[in-house]
Design a binder for this molecule. Structure first.
Ligand SMILES: C[S@@+](CC[C@H](N)C(=O)[O-])C[C@H]1O[C@@H](n2cnc3c(N)ncnc32)[C@H](O)[C@@H]1O
Length: 220
């Protein structure tokens, strides 16, 4: 049954694409397909690539803003914190979330990993006050979207997070932004030009966007 639904969804997506191309001259309604104009992929490949690059630069510190564990409590989590714990050589992993239940779930699921701490805090405040030197920053938190702002709310909040944390980023470091397979303005829209001023380069875009600086050959 699931497969049939998936196939029907895929057909619907292609019909939309043809409709958009032939009849709308490439114009996309801002409300179309919830703003997602490409087929949605899981973030797994990107998380793995980032973990590999993090190890290659001998990264030590990971900060994740917007954490969570997929399970009874949340269906929206992809368990990125577990990925860092299992696939990187990080000495410090701070998984920050402002939902106490999410923090509890992360702490429970990761208790065997000494490097990882589930932190209850607003990620934007955490980034302002942390004294850590961050080698990898994952931004994957929710942000309120005022009516009719179609993503600007997210774009502004993500920029704010970057501005709060930018002085804490190591000279050689990575920034990973989730959910960037979306029509702009969205989570990556304001950060990318700002981070480029600070020497970050875009390594890839899509389901997630990876930025890196100070790394000789960042293509993995
Ligand atoms: C999509 S989930 C994160 C998924 C997680 N990165 C994963 O891959 O499993 C988004 C999380 O952001 C959290 N959140 C929302 N606003 C936040 C904020 N200002 N600071 C920290 N966490 C926040 C929510 O409570 C939610 O758990």
């Amino acid at each position: 049954m699931n497969i049939i639904i998936q196939k029907l969804k895929r057909i619907y997506w292609y019909i939309n694409l043809i409709n958009r191309t032939i009849f709308n001259h490439g114009l996309i309604k801002v409300t179309a397909n919830k703003g997602q104009w490409e087929k949605r992929y899981p973030p797994l490949k990107s998380l793995n690539k980032t973990a590999k690059l993090f190890n290659k630069i001998n990264g030590k510190v990971i900060v994740e803003i917007g954490s969570g564990i997929h399970g009874n409590y949340s269906q929206y989590s992809g368990d990125s914190c577990l990925k860092w714990a299992k696939k990187t050589n990080a000495k410090v992993i701070k998984c920050v979330d402002l939902d106490p239940k999410m923090v509890e779930a992360v702490a429970e699921a990761t208790k065997e990993f000494d490097a990882l701490e589930a932190v209850l805090d607003d990620g934007l405040d955490f980034l302002s006050k942390t004294e850590l030197k961050i080698d990898l920053l994952l931004l994957d938190f929710w942000a309120d979207e005022p009516d009719d702002s179609f993503g600007s709310g997210r774009a502004e909040k993500y920029l704010e997070a970057y501005m709060n944390g930018k002085d804490k980023m190591s000279p050689k470091s990575l920034i990973l932004i989730d959910d960037t397979d979306h029509a702009p303005p969205w989570k990556d829209t304001y950060i990318v030009p700002e981070a480029r001023k600070d020497g970050f380069k875009v390594i890839y875009i899509g389901r997630q966007t990876l930025l890196a600086r100070g790394i000789e050959n960042p293509n993995i």
